[in-house]
Design a binder for this molecule. Structure first.
Ligand code: C5P
Length: 217
C-alpha cells in the first residue's frame, strides 16, 4: 500500500526572524512512517521542521509552512492509497508578513491572525477507496471532539490522543490513543512507546485500506 504521512509542526512566519508554531516533535508521524515501511508499504513522509532522522526508505518531503504542507499533500495525493494527517498544522497564521524585523516598542503589540487552509477539510479524494486519517490532540472532551472531527473533516478514521498531561501526546516518547471509525466503532491502544502504538495503528489502517481496495475489485 502507498502511504502519505504528515508529521511535525508547521511554522507560520511573522517577520524574518520570528514565527508561530507548536510543540509537536514529529515523533508519532515518524514512528508511523517507520512502521509502515517495516510492513512493506511505500511511504511519502511530508515533514515540518523537526530534529529527527527520517526512517530509511521513506520519500522525505520537507516543508515549513502550512501552505507548503497543503501544496505537498495535494502534489502527492493521487499516487497514494492512504493519507495519515499526523502533522500538527497551525490553525492560524499572521495576516501579514513583515519583511523587516518588527522593532520592540513600549506599547502592547497586536498581531492579527487569520485561519490557515484546512488541509483535511478541503481535500478532494483521488478515489472513493482512498483512506483519510485525521488526528485529534485534545485537552478536553476527547470523544466528542474526535466525533466532530470525523464529520467536519470527512475523515474515515480519527486517531485521538489526550494532550492534557505530560506523559502522553506531544513531545513525549509515549502515547495512548483511541481510534474512532466512521461506522461508530472505536478501538483503544493503551499507553505504550510511540513506536509500538505506530505498529498497531499501521496494522489497523492497512486492514481498513485493504478492505476498501478489495471491495472495489
Ligand atoms: O482542527 P484540528 O487542528 O484540531 O485538527 C487536527 C487534524 O486536522 C490533524 O489531522 C491535522 O493534521 C489536520 N489539520 C489540517 N489542516 C489544518 C489544521 C489541521 O489538515 N490547517
Amino acid at each position: 500500500m502507498r502511504f502519505i504521512v504528515t508529521a511535525g509542526p508547521t511554522r507560520e512566519p511573522i517577520d524574518p526572524v520570528r514565527y508561530l508554531s507548536n510543540r509537536s516533535s514529529g515523533k508519532m508521524g515518524y514512528a508511523i512512517a517507520e512502521a509502515a515501511l517495516a510492513e512493506g508499504h511505500s511511504v511519502i513522509l511530508i515533514s515540518g521542521p523537526v530534529s529527527l532522522i527520517p526512517p530509511s526508505g521513506a520519500n522525505l518531503v520537507q516543508v515549513t509552512t502550512s501552505d507548503e504542507m497543503d501544496d505537498a499533500v495535494h502534489a502527492h495525493l493521487a499516487a497514494c492509497d492512504v493519507l495519515v494527517m499526523c502533522a500538527a498544522v497551525a490553525d492560524y497564521k499572521p495576516a501579514t508578513f513583515s519583511t523587516r524585523k518588527i522593532k520592540k516598542q513600549k506599547n502592547a503589540l497586536t498581531l492579527e491572525l487569520i485561519p490557515t487552509r484546512d488541509i483535511l477539510a478541503s481535500l478532494t479524494r483521488p478515489s472513493p477507496e482512498f483512506l483519510v486519517v485525521g488526528f485529534a490532540a485534545e485537552t478536553d472532551d476527547l470523544e466528542a471532539n474526535a466525533q466532530k472531527k470525523l464529520r467536519d473533516k470527512k475523515c474515515d478514521i480519527v486517531v485521538a490522543n489526550d494532550v492534557s498531561g505530560n506523559e502522553s501526546g506531544m513531545e513525549s516518547d509515549e502515547n495512548e490513543v483511541t481510534i474512532f471509525f466512521r461506522n461508530g466503532e472505536k478501538e483503544k491502544i493503551s499507553r505504550a512507546p510511540k513506536k509500538i502504538i505506530a505498529r498497531a495503528l499501521v496494522k489497523i489502517l492497512s486492514n481498513a485500506c485493504e478492505k476498501r481496495l478489495t471491495k472495489k475489485t
